[in-house]
Design a protein around this ligand. Structure first.
Ligand SMILES: [Zn+2]
Length: 168
């Protein structure tokens, strides 16, 4: 019983987020808050940063605050082409208002090309700075789909993120 009572008051919350965007020519490619050199970019109302959007959704989800579309609707003209780092900052403010701090983030990017390995340290630094975390609390992994499906045909990309929050 003592163990149960202790667990009940741990106040640790898990969150999960997923996001998809099309890849098209004529767009800058923003990923994890970093501009990537590529012949295509992600299409969206904002800068279409799929990784930051998945992290926002994971964070909002952990605090049971809905999703990114509720707080930042794509019908809002003021959000057109907005830097998703601002959406990440605003999502973080919302969970902080609920009394949460972030413990860690784990994420996976799913795209056929380009290889993003060399960009990962910069993405970690950008995200960690916004969320007041050490860089080793922001894990970013990447995979392809072995050329299968829309990701394999380079029509789009996906990001998955999970997060752990703790109530202070
Ligand atoms: Zn998105």
């Amino acid at each position: 019983m003592a163990t149960f009572a202790k667990r009940k008051h741990m106040n640790i919350r898990i969150g999960f987020g997923v996001d998809y965007h099309q890849l098209v020519t004529g767009r800058d490619f923003w990923l994890g808050g970093v501009k990537i050199e590529h012949d295509k970019g992600a299409l969206g109302h904002s800068d279409a940063d799929v990784l930051l959007h998945a992290i926002c959704d994971a964070m909002l989800g952990a605090a049971c605050l809905g999703d990114i579309g509720v707080h930042f609707p794509d019908t809002d003209a003021s959000l057109k082409d907005i830097d998703s780092k601002l959406l990440l900052q605003k999502s973080f403010e919302l969970v902080k208002q609920e009394g949460y701090v972030i413990i860690n983030i784990d994420s996976t990017l799913c795209l056929q090309s380009p290889k993003i390995k060399n960009y990962v340290p910069q993405m970690q630094a950008v995200i960690a700075a916004i969320l007041l975390l050490p860089e080793n609390a922001v894990s970013i992994k990447a995979t392809t789909t072995e050329k299968m499906g829309f990701v394999g045909r380079e029509e789009g990309l996906v990001a998955y993120a999970s997060i752990l929050l703790q109530k202070k």
